[in-house]
Design a protein around this ligand. Structure first.
Ligand code: FMN
Length: 199
């Protein structure tokens, strides 16, 4: 319990990361397998799909992001966008892509029509639980990670580049690596306005 609380407290957003890893790629895969196996999903649908990009594949992702942003961001703003992507994301050891399998969500909508509107929401919540678990486990292993959302503008190119199933919807990108500096202290809103207890 103490370790779990420490890991949850220690999970932060790291924008300064290097391309080194504190663990083997097998151990990295074990973290992802562990989370995908044990994190809950709505109706036990197991709709989350995870893609781990390492080495040239990790670089390829961020080159796609840069290429697409270059077409959209004003020319004078692009250098700072590019520097952020290079230093905070591409500089890392790898990136995890979080997908949700829409064929699973559609299957549930057909099977349980009275909950139809809820399933896409629960799918997002299921993805978020996986993101949090993996983010925390990466932290505990000695990595620093952040959570990015360049979807949907990158979806098509990324799907093509990594041969992604057309029913998988991209939800988030999580670049990670060994932290090269610590995040600034975080500000906290008072708990009194966020937690209510009726005894
Ligand atoms: C649902 C969600 C979406 C987020 N999206 C982004 C994002 O697109 N880009 C980013 O840099 N950080 C993103 N973050 C990170 C938050 O900004 C960050 O978690 C928050 O400021 C608290 O800081 P901490 O992670 O260091 O505790 C996201 C976090 C959550 C929970």
């Amino acid at each position: 319990m103490k370790n779990l609380k420490k890991a949850i407290e220690g999970r932060r957003t790291y924008y300064s990361i290097s391309d080194k890893s504190p663990i083997s790629n097998d151990d990295l895969k074990e973290i992802i397998d562990f989370a995908v196996l044990n994190v809950p999903s709505a109706f036990n649908s197991q709709s989350t799909r995870v893609v781990l990009l390492l080495n040239e594949n990790h670089k390829k992702l961020w080159n796609i992001v840069k290429k697409i942003l270059k077409q959209r961001v004003p020319a004078d703003a692009f250098p700072s966008t590019e520097a952020k992507i290079d230093n905070a994301f591409a500089a890392g050891y790898g990136t995890i892509l979080f997908y949700e399998d829409e064929s699973v969500v559609e299957g549930l909508q057909h099977a349980f029509p009275s909950y139809s509107d809820n399933f896409p929401v629960w799918s997002q919540q299921t993805s978020a639980m996986h993101q949090f678990a993996i983010w925390t486990l990466l932290e505990e292993a000695g990595f620093g990670a952040s959570l990015q959302h360049y979807n949907p503008i990158i979806d098509e190119e990324v799907a093509k580049a990594f041969n992604i199933n057309e029913k998988w919807k991209l939800i988030a990108q999580m670049p990670f690596g060994i932290p090269t500096s610590e995040p600034a202290p975080k500000e906290f809103q008072p708990l009194e306005s966020r937690v209510i207890i009726h005894k």
